[in-house]
Design a protein around this ligand. Structure first.
Ligand SMILES: [Zn+2]
Length: 198
């Protein structure tokens, strides 16, 4: 994407398909996850990634009878994800804010495809998740580097090489050792659970 000047963005909303005028947003869901991976770096590095989730084992996984199931913490299936923005669009929604941020494996290209296919505006959040999800490289970055990442995300769009909300990134930069609860971003697997029970 081409970098847009501040004036070109003023009063507009940056979506995964480019800036739109605010009235185009309409009814908007403000915190969703469509494509995500909430395994911590340690979990991703584990050679044992658990069983493939099937109809035969999903009940045991959903109800904690099988504890180790990293596959339940990861969702990358675009055709399945498409059902959600499409349903929202059909119900009268016009936009969704997708907050799969740094550390949770955000996929702006996938979100662009989902927006194009569903007709729903998707605004991609930026910034980084809680401490346990941080890329070790973030420990050596300063506030200005995080700030530039955020600016690129806004001015260039979600396709920028790096993408980052201002407050959380600055907080992370100033208090690298601080750990936050992150409860809102740690449990999107209800979506998978719901499907598994169908
Ligand atoms: Zn979240």
């Amino acid at each position: 994407m081409t970098r847009l000047a501040r004036e070109a963005l003023r009063g507009r909303a940056q979506t995964v398909l480019g800036p739109v005028e605010p009235p185009a947003l309409g009814p908007t869901l403000m915190h969703e996850h469509l494509i995500w991976d909430i395994r911590t770096p340690a979990m991703r590095a584990d050679p044992d990634q658990g069983p493939e989730i099937t109809l035969c084992n999903c009940f045991a996984i959903n109800y904690g009878r099988k504890r180790k199931a990293p596959g339940n913490l990861r969702f990358r299936c675009e055709p399945t994800a498409l059902a959600e923005p499409a349903a929202l669009r059909a119900a009268g929604g016009r936009a969704m804010v997708e907050l799969t941020c740094g550390g949770l494996d955000p996929d702006p290209a996938a979100l662009a495809r989902l927006a194009a296919e569903s007709g729903l505006h998707i605004v991609m959040g930026c910034g980084h998740s809680v401490h346990e999800y941080q890329d070790p490289a973030n420990k050596t970055r300063d506030a200005e580097d995080f700030a530039q990442e955020m600016i690129d995300g806004v001015q260039v769009g979600p396709g920028a090489p790096r993408c980052a909300p201002a407050s959380s990134a600055r907080s992370a930069a100033r208090r690298p050792g601080r750990r936050r609860s992150g409860a809102s971003c740690a449990a999107p697997c209800w979506r998978w659970r719901r499907r598994g029970l169908r």
